[in-house]
Design a binder for this molecule. Structure first.
Ligand code: TXE
Length: 483
């Protein structure tokens, strides 16, 4: 099957069949907005409810399926993603705008995630305990949580769906999946692979459309037992309230305002590289991006000067063009949001160091240059998630001040430090109020086999990825037996 033909007609996958939508939408290429990447089916609430019912009907059988069967299915999906990473990476680069190497890497990662959970399906843990009563045996076993509603954002349209769908299926759940509206072709391409993996009808369902209709239908349905969401804080909070009202299990991954601390003893080149990669690669559109660069005073001026030099040389362009280091912003509304934050930064008195201009390229796209400001901790640009290629530098008097600044945020996803001091690195790892720490590494760029998630306003519920994913995708049962 050729992707080019099929992506023109991305349809829903409901109860083992491809279905047209109630309406049709399009996605466009942010590197060249003249190009339509996909025409896709958009569901209304009742079509979403059909998919939910299909998942509920498929649950009794799938939840008791043999782990080997699940492992084989996941392994097959993972193999196909890995084998087609270049082709699917090109689709991802076209639809979302990240550079081709970044996109190919993401598809490969999605493949590795499926393979990891293929193994996990065979390793579902349990415990046997001595009872406090004589003659009684106790065991603790894990069972699927049920029908899971998976709501994904646009910034990692293969990897994030993969790290939700793979564990959901591995642990015996059935799935209704909604990709973000701007990346339906990626969601569809993943579903198309899954549709050929011999899963029984209804075990996996793809429904495309708006968050307010399709997403909200997942959130409201009493048949959906658990919801895993990645996206904005505002939407996450709304989902949490509705889901809590009907006691559904919820996992939320939301924003970040991640600090990268640079101490005076750091290797300057290494620190600048960490900042460049962490703040600007993937056009800054990562929840783990380091948008606050907290630099100890003696290093401050040299760091800013060197980073400015690197930003001036950064090649911004078409995502598919060889040599592009930073692709366009993903869509018009995100570009407008970025530009609005530049205005806010200037109005609040942040000192502009570099960039932020809209750029003309041979193809019409959402291009802007990477921006850097010197800010104070109270500036909005230092407090709110922008989700674009915009970072600010905060000056710190010493390590303690830097740590306090790093923790002075409502978010708590990830925090990095560049230093040659083992003492400070160890102290930072222990005292950063986050879910993930990095030493002499960019804040963005994580492994797929260990937990991902944060604290405070960034996350809610059990962690994603690695074997910790079992906490969300299973529920435990305690069994007592008189022996
Ligand atoms: O997010 P939304 P958007 C942040 C980032 C960005 C902002 C807005 O700051 O600028 O969010 O992006 C679905 N019930 N992040 O508008 O709206 C929606 O259709 C159920 C950070 O894309 O949160 C999509 O599938 N679902 C983030 C998903 O939620 C609903 C990544 C996310 O959309 C819904 C993306 C509803 N009522 C954006 N409303 C990160 N942490 O990586 C919307 N959706």
């Amino acid at each position: 099957m050729k992707l080019g033909e099929l992506q023109q007609h991305a349809r829903h996958y409901i109860n083992g069949r491809w279905e047209t939508g109630v309406t049709t939408g399009i996605s466009e290429n942010p590197s060249d907005t003249r190009e339509v990447v996909a025409e896709y089916a958009r569901a209304d609430r009742s079509q979403a409810e059909l998919a939910i019912r299909a998942a509920a009907e498929a649950l009794p059988h799938w939840s008791h399926s043999a782990p080997q069967r699940r492992a084989d299915v996941l392994d097959q999906i993972g193999s196909e993603l890995l084998a087609r990473k270049d082709e699917l990476g090109a689709l991802l680069a076209r639809e979302e705008g990240k550079t081709l190497p970044e996109a190919v890497g993401e598809v490969a990662r999605a493949g590795q995630i499926f393979k990891f959970f293929a193994g996990e399906a065979l390793r579902i843990p349990g415990e046997t305990m001595a009872s406090v009563r004589p003659g009684v045996q106790v065991d603790v076993t894990r069972e699927p949580v049920g029908v899971v509603g998976l709501i994904a954002p646009w910034n990692f349209p293969f990897a994030i769906p993969a790290w939700k769908i793979a564990p959901a299926l591995a642990y015996g759940n059935t799935v209704v999946f909604k990709p973000a509206e701007s990346v339906p072709a990626c969601g569809w391409a993943l579903a198309e692979i899954i549709s050929r993996s011999t899963l029984p009808a209804g075990v996996f369902n793809l429904v495309m459309g708006s968050g307010r209709e399709v997403g909200q239908a997942f959130v409201d349905s009493p048949l959906v037992n658990a919801l895993s969401f990645t996206g904005s804080v505002a939407t996450g909070e709304r989902i949490l309230q509705s889901a809590a009202a009907r006691r559904a299990k919820v996992q939320l991954e939301m924003g970040g305002k991640n600090p990268l601390v640079v101490l005076a003893d750091a290797d300057l080149e290494q620190a600048v590289e960490c900042a460049l990669q962490g703040s600007y690669f993937s056009t800054g559109q990562r929840c783990t991006a380091s948008s606050r660069l907290i630099v100890e005073a003696p290093m401050h001026d040299a760091f800013v000067a060197r980073l400015r030099q690197r930003l001036a040389a950064l090649k911004v362009g078409h995502a598919l063009e060889r040599g592009t280091e930073m692709g366009p912003v993903a869509d018009r509304s995100q570009l407008d949001q970025n530009q609005a934050y530049l205005e806010i930064a200037r109005n609040e008195g942040a000192e502009h160091v570099w960039g932020g201009e809209l750029l003309e390229r041979p193809t019409p796209g959402h291009y802007m240059s990477p921006a850097l400001f010197l800010a104070r901790p109270e500036h909005r640009i230092a407090r709110e998630e922008v989700f674009g290629p915009i970072a600010c530098v905060l000056r710190a008097d010493d390590y303690e001040h830097a740590l306090a600044l790093a923790n002075d945020t409502p978010f708590g996803l990830c925090a990095g430090i560049c230093t040659t001091s083992l003492k400070h690195a160890m102290h930072f790892k222990r005292h950063a109020e986050v879910g993930m720490t990095m030493v002499n590494l960019p804040t963005a760029g994580v492994d797929f086999h260990v937990p991902f998630g944060g604290r405070k306003g960034s996350s809610y519920g059990p962690r994603e990825q690695g074997r910790y994913a079992a906490e969300f995708y299973t529920t435990v049962k305690t069994g007592y037996m008189l022996a």
